[in-house]
Design a protein around this ligand. Structure first.
Ligand SMILES: C[S@@+](CC[C@H](N)C(=O)[O-])C[C@H]1O[C@@H](n2cnc3c(N)ncnc32)[C@H](O)[C@@H]1O
Length: 348
C-alpha cells in the first residue's frame, strides 16, 4: 500500500503526444497575475471538459459504470472503446496543434458525438499549449510561496499546537501520528517541517518530486485493509476545487472518511484539514460555509476550527467514525446575483 503507485490518468489531458505537447515548455516561474489567470483558465477548461463528456455520454447512451469519465484519460478511453471517435479526436489534434494558439472557444458547437469529440480535442490542445498540469502546478506553487502568505498548512499547525485549542499537540521527534496529504506540491511545507507527524504520505496526480511525493490519484488509492493503512490526519488543501464536478467533490470527501482512524477507537487525533479558495464559500450561488459544515456533519465529522483569510477558507474537522446512513445533500440555490460563481459540493 505504501509503495509507489503511478496514476492511471495524466491529470488534465490525454497522453497522445501531439506537436503542441512536444513543444510544451513548463515555465519555472510566473508573474502572480499570469499565474492567477492560468489557474482560472485551467478550471474553466476542466469544467468545459466535464460538460462535454456528460453530453457525449448522453449522445452515446452510456449510463452507470459504462460512462466515459472526464476524470480519466479521455483519449485512452476513446481509443479502447470507440476507435472511430478516437480517430476524429486525433484528426482534430493533428489539424490544430501546429497553430500557435487554439482557444477552446474555437471549437464548433455541435451535439453529435463526432463534434463533441472534436471539441474535447480543441480543449486538450489549449491545455497543452498552456503547459498542461505541470504549469498549473507551477502557478499553484507560486501561491504557496511564503513571501506571498502561501502554505495553507501553517494554519493547520497553528490549530493543532494552540494551547487553548482542542488538540494541543506538541512536536515530538518520535511522534506516531500519521498524515496523508492529498494534492501535495512540496515536502517543505509546515505540515512536513512541524515535527507533529512521525510519517507523512504525500500524493499528487503529478508528482513534483517522486522520492517524497507519490504520483497517485487519491480516487484510485487502494482502500485501507487495516488501521495500519489509515491516518490521524488527512489534508485536502485546494484540491476539491480542482475537481470539475460537485458530485466528484462529494465522492472525494466520502472516500477520505475511509482513510481516517476513528478517534473513538484511538482516543487521539483523527481529523480532516480542508481548504478552499474563499470565493467557493463567499460568492457561490450554491455553496457557503454553512453548507460545508452541513456536508461534513452528514459524513460523521464535527467542526473543530475554522478561519477565513482574504483568499482562502480553512476548516479543521474531527472524525467521529462512520455514520449509519449518509443523507443525500443535493445542489440548491442559496444566493442570487449575476456575479456569483457556481461552485458546489453535493452528496449522493
Ligand atoms: C492547487 S494545487 C494545491 C496544492 C497544495 N495542497 C496547496 O494547498 O497549495 C492542487 C493539487 O491537487 C492535485 N490533485 C487534484 N486531484 C487529485 C487527486 N484526485 N489525487 C491526488 N492529487 C490531486 C493536483 O495535481 C494539484 O497538484
Amino acid at each position: 500500500m505504501r509503495g509507489k503507485q503511478k496514476s492511471k490518468r495524466s491529470g488534465l489531458v490525454s497522453k497522445t503526444r501531439t506537436p503542441a505537447q512536444r513543444q510544451k515548455v513548463t515555465p519555472k516561474s510566473l508573474k502572480p497575475p499570469q499565474a492567477r489567470k492560468l489557474i482560472r483558465r485551467f478550471h474553466v477548461l476542466r469544467k468545459k471538459t466535464h460538460a462535454l463528456v456528460a453530453e457525449l455520454n448522453q449522445e452515446l447512451g452510456l449510463k452507470g459504470d459504462t460512462t466515459i469519465s472526464d476524470d480519466k484519460n479521455i483519449s485512452q478511453q476513446l481509443k479502447e472503446r470507440f476507435p472511430h471517435l478516437y480517430a476524429m479526436y486525433n484528426e482534430e489534434i493533428r489539424r490544430n496543434s501546429t497553430q500557435q494558439s487554439v482557444p477552446a472557444e474555437n471549437a464548433k458547437k455541435g451535439i453529435e458525438a463526432e463534434q463533441i469529440v472534436r471539441s474535447l480535442a480543441m480543449i486538450d490542445i489549449e491545455i497543452e499549449q498552456k503547459g498542461g498540469l505541470e504549469t498549473y502546478q507551477v502557478a499553484s506553487m507560486l501561491g504557496q510561496d511564503g513571501k506571498r502568505g502561501g502554505d495553507s498548512s501553517k494554519k493547520l499547525v497553528e490549530w493543532l499546537t494552540d494551547p487553548k485549542g482542542t488538540h494541543k499537540l506538541t512536536p515530538k521527534g518520535s511522534s506516531s501520528l500519521r498524515a496523508l496529504e492529498i494534492g501535495c506540491l512540496s515536502a517543505q511545507n509546515c505540515i512536513s517541517t512541524s515535527g507533529l507527524f512521525g510519517e507523512i504520505v504525500r500524493i499528487d496526480l503529478n508528482s513534483q518530486n517522486e522520492a517524497l511525493i507519490e504520483q497517485q490519484d487519491f480516487m484510485e488509492r487502494p482502500l485501507p485493509k487495516s488501521d495500519d493503512d489509515r491516518f490521524n490526519l488527512v489534508s485536502c488543501s485546494l484540491v476539491l476545487n480542482f475537481l470539475s464536478s460537485a458530485v466528484q467533490r462529494g465522492e472525494m470527501l466520502k472516500r477520505i472518511t475511509k482513510f481516517l482512524l476513528p478517534s473513538s477507537e484511538t482516543n487521539r487525533l483523527s481529523a480532516l484539514f480542508l481548504v478552499l479558495p474563499r470565493p467557493c464559500v463567499a460568492n457561490s450561488r450554491y455553496f457557503d460555509g454553512k453548507q460545508t459544515i452541513k456536508i461534513l456533519r452528514a459524513l460523521g465529522f464535527t467542526l473543530a476550527a475554522q478561519h477565513e483569510s482574504r483568499k482562502l477558507a480553512y476548516w479543521l474537522f474531527d472524525w467521529r467514525g462512520p455514520v449509519d446512513k449518509i443523507d443525500p445533500i443535493p445542489k440548491r440555490e442559496i444566493a442570487t446575483g449575476p456575479s456569483r460563481n457556481n461552485f458546489c459540493i453535493v452528496l449522493q
